[in-house]
Design a protein around this ligand. Structure first.
Ligand SMILES: Cc1cc2nc3c(=O)[nH]c(=O)nc-3n(C[C@H](O)[C@H](O)[C@H](O)COP(=O)(O)OP(=O)(O)OC[C@H]3O[C@@H](n4cnc5c(N)ncnc54)[C@H](O)[C@@H]3O)c2cc1C
Length: 161
């Protein structure tokens, strides 16, 4: 197993991990940001950003359906779900691209892709082949939802999201 020694290892390149990376880099150049899945952050890829875009569309439809209060008459409100999601995905992709540009700007020597597990205090295994010895370790692995049994059978959408 290849071994690398760093001052700081950050597990997870989400919003918290990227922030930790920027903070740690002010103190050392010998650091590593390790991501086990996709770059781009939960917030931009599937969390805050797309959900707020969807809510904005719903609010827009709600406003359009309630103009009568102001003495304004509009025609029948039609919500085109396909178009709504098309916009959500387009805008979401812009947010993700901006995060990916930030990740691209991080020197490749500071990045590693692979699932991390602790071997012992201060020692990490990344995938099967790499061991990291770190003076400091930041755990920025986010969280994952618990899916109640009643929703287990629902699976993914056609878009796989
Ligand atoms: C639908 C939805 C809507 C949301 N809306 C809002 C909102 O409006 N406002 C708000 O403030 N927050 C919102 N959130 C919450 C917000 O997205 C999270 O709080 C935030 O993304 C957490 O950032 P993080 O860096 O802790 O985790 P993440 O961005 O999830 O990053 C964790 C990273 O760690 C990696 N990782 C995990 N385990 C390992 C491992 N063992 N080895 C290597 N890498 C690993 C993961 O692959 C991931 O990339 C929302 C979340 C969801 C799901």
């Amino acid at each position: 197993m290849a071994t690398r020694k760093v001052d700081v290892a950050i597990i997870g390149a989400g919003t918290a991990g990227l922030t930790a990376y920027n903070a740690a880099r002010k103190h050392t150049d010998n650091l590593l940001l390790i991501e086990g899945s996709h770059y781009g952050t939960t917030c931009a890829r599937v969390g805050c950003m797309p959900s707020k875009l969807l809510i904005a569309a719903a609010e827009s439809a709600h406003d359009a359906a309630n103009t009568g209060l102001f003495g304004i008459q509009v025609g029948k409100i039609v919500v085109n779900g396909e178009k709504v999601l098309e916009r959500v995905r387009k805008e979401r992709n812009k947010f993700v691209e901006s995060v990916l540009a930030t990740v691209d700007a991080i020197p490749s020597a500071h990045k590693l892709v692979g699932r991390v597990r602790f071997i012992s205090p201060g020692r990490l295994a990344v995938g099967e082949g790499i061991e990291i010895k770190a003076g400091r370790i930041v755990i920025a692995t986010g969280s994952s939802p618990t899916i109640p049994d009643m929703f287990q059978g629902l699976g993914q959408t056609a878009a796989g999201e």
